[in-house]
Design a protein around this ligand. Structure first.
Ligand SMILES: *Cc1c(COP(=O)(O)O)cnc(C)c1O
Length: 420
């Protein structure tokens, strides 16, 4: 019998992974988890320092989320959302509208962060057609943006390493560097812009780049001035990551589209939502023959298991007072990040709420410095994944202060060991 590792090497193709490197080493095969801890098939224990690629909120194997999913499973696992509704999807939509920035009143479900952006793009374009302004068909995004890996989301993207290859497949998007760039662009082409997309407060895949304070509010103001819609991609920042439930709150912004995924189901199941306003929703109402229908949907739209996980996650936010308990951990993360600054390979540390980043370098990306650090950390029992030369620290929000200290201590040792 071949081992699982052999079969992985033989049958699988992993995302964002150079498979030649992957097949040259033994894979870590995760078998179970509890809280912030994960165990592999060889019984080795790890701390999940990047919340399983920025998704997990309350820890793995949370009894309440498990119970919610199991209870729904006893009823029905999935039914279509095309022409039918289901109980958890309705209840979750009501809760989301209640906690989202005021003015967002409609929930359109999909399966992942990328599709939540695709939905916003298509709704925005279609909205302007309904409103008799079909010339509003341009989209604007920011330099270094990451909005997902489907073709529309890649069009919005601004990271050459990931996105440039696919240029022949993509539609044109104007990329601007900052508020001044956005202002100039909108002054010139504002009447042709359908929407502006932004990752509020911090760009994730760009390397955890924190925006200057006020950029989000300024983007809202410029969109209003020029009549463009605003898409807030909170796929990473949503559900407490930046210290508030949503990052938009910190600058009192209500976007026209709020894209949610990763943490929406507590990080348990693939589920996404695009929230929008009654103004956008109303534009799609009309007689059937008017063809105002939003022709978009996925087989698993509104999946009841995912929605039950999402409901349980929001209940836990209240019961465990997750956001309140997070505040001292945010302060501790700041103190821990400061200790990285004395390490020779470290050129910068960054923080936005409960997202921490340590940049090493300068090393060319081919040197795989970030990857080497994370390999060392893994050997010492801490799992995270770099973005280029940036080591990401974003464990589940339920991490204890001791566990957070331990994660940071291991990462400091890993940087010293891998890069000096
Ligand atoms: C992860 C991410 C996405 C894409 O989400 P997927 O679920 O991986 O498709 C989009 N935007 C941001 C900001 C993200 O961090």
């Amino acid at each position: 019998m071949d081992s699982l590792a052999d079969k992985d090497h033989r049958y699988l193709w992993h995302p964002f992974t150079q498979m030649q490197d992957w097949m040259a080493e033994k894979p870590v095969i995760i078998e179970k988890g509890h809280g912030v801890r994960l165990w592999d098939t060889e019984g080795r224990e790890y701390l999940d320092a990047n919340a399983s690629i920025w998704t997990n909120i309350h820890g793995h194997n949370h009894p309440q989320i498990n119970a919610a999913i199991c209870a729904q499973l006893e009823k029905v696992a999935h039914t279509s959302f095309l022409g039918l509704s289901n109980v958890p999807a309705i209840e979750l939509a009501e809760k989301l509208v209640r906690i989202a920035p005021s003015g967002l009143s409609r929930v359109f479900y999909s399966d992942n962060g990328s599709t939540s952006l695709e939905v916003a793009l298509k709704m925005a374009l279609h909205y302007w057609i309904h409103r008799g302004q079909p010339q509003r068909r341009r989209f604007v995004a920011f330099a270094d943006a990451y909005h997902g890996d489907t073709v529309g989301a890649v069009s919005l993207g601004g990271i050459d390493l990931f996105h440039a290859t696919y240029r022949p497949l993509l539609f044109d998007v104007e990329h601007v560097a900052d508020a001044a760039g956005l202002k100039t662009l909108l002054e010139k082409h504002g009447s042709e812009v359908a929407a502006v997309a932004i990752e509020p407060l911090i760009q994730g895949a760009a390397g955890m780049k924190v925006w200057p304070r006020g950029l989000m509010a300024e983007t809202r103001r410029l969109c209003d001035e020029h009549g463009a819609l605003l898409i807030a991609d909170e796929v990473m920042t949503g559900f407490g990551r930046t210290g508030t439930m949503f990052a938009c709150e910190q600058e009192q912004v209500t976007p026209d589209f709020l894209c949610l995924a990763k943490g929406l189901s507590g990080g348990y199941l693939p589920l996404a939502a695009t929230l929008t306003t009654e103004r956008v929703f109303d534009a799609f109402l009309g007689d059937y023959a008017e063809r105002k229908t939003f022709f978009h949907g996925h087989s698993f739209t509104g999946n009841p298991l995912g929605c039950m996980a999402g409901l349980a996650s929001l209940e836990i936010f209240e019961q465990e007072r997750t956001l309140e308990k997070l505040q001292p951990k945010i302060a501790l993360l700041a103190a821990e990040l400061a200790k990285f600054q004395t390490l020779k390979p470290v050129v910068a540390t960054r923080q936005c709420g409960f997202i921490g980043a340590v940049e090493v370098g300068p090393y060319p990306w081919e040197a795989k410095a970030g990857i080497r650090v994370c390999q060392r950390a893994r050997e010492m029992g801490v799992l995270t994944r770099p973005v280029g030369n940036v080591i990401v620290i974003m464990p589940p929000l339920c991490v204890t202060e001791d566990e957070l200290r331990q994660i940071c201590e291991v990462l400091r040792r890993a940087i010293a060991a891998a890069l000096s």
